[in-house]
Write a protein that binds this ligand. Structure first.
Ligand code: COA
Length: 177
């Protein structure tokens, strides 16, 4: 059984980063992230076309967090409060004690080890506080940056591709505690 209670919002702090709640005032940055063709390249999602799409997305995420269905952090630089990306846990299963992870960084902030730093903290929170036993990541077979990140985070690649979308690989992190 997972322990999901996302109110009050669990802000997380790492060496360089603060992972905080998503706000309506993030709409412009969320739009920048979700409309960028390079970021969307392997995600198989509909790109945001307007800032209004981003606001709608923020409303949906906020509702899901209120219902403890998923959790979504904005990754910011602690010193300057700059928005650098997002990371989320979703598709929780109480039956299997697991969930899925998703993440993205604005282009300018890639290649600096920021997602490794953020994801390590989120995985620690998922295991220690939510008490999931495994975390799944579905990543496109050509998404080398994501695949490299998952290997560094000790996710293991499943031999079976994702049954519903064969271009995606399944990676799983198992809690060894
Ligand atoms: C997937 C994604 C988040 C990976 O971002 P990233 O910046 O490459 O990942 P990391 O934070 O782990 O950074 C690693 C890189 O930073 C470099 N780096 C620089 N300073 C570093 C530091 N202090 N510590 C660690 N690594 C550092 C590493 O050498 C590495 O670079 P390399 O890949 O050229 O060797 C990014 O490519 C992205 O947002 N993609 C679009 C969205 C997406 O596909 N998401 C996946 C959904 S499944």
């Amino acid at each position: 059984m997972t322990n999901r209670l996302f109110t009050p919002f669990p802000t997380l702090i790492t060496e360089r980063l603060t992972l905080r709640q998503l706000l309506l005032s993030d709409a412009q940055d969320i739009f920048a992230l979700r409309s960028d063709s390079e970021i969307n390249k392997y995600l198989g999602r509909q790109p945001s076309k307007t800032v209004e799409d981003a606001r709608h997305f923020i409303d949906i995420i906020t509702e899901n967090i209120k219902k403890n269905e998923s959790i979504y952090w904005v990754i910011t630089l602690t010193e300057s409060k700059t928005f650098v990306g997002t990371i989320c846990l979703f598709e929780f299963s109480d039956q299997h004690n697991n969930c899925e992870i998703g993440y993205e960084l604005l282009r300018h902030f890639q290649g600096k080890g920021m997602m490794k730093e953020a994801a390590s903290k989120v995985i620690e929170y998922a295991v220690q506080t939510i008490k999931v036993q495994t975390i799944n990541a579905f990543t496109h077979k050509n998404n080398q940056k994501s695949t490299k990140l998952l290997a560094q985070l000790e996710f293991k690649k499943s031999v079976e591709p994702d049954k519903t979308s064969p271009d995606f690989c399944v990676f799983t992190f198992s809690n060894k505690i």
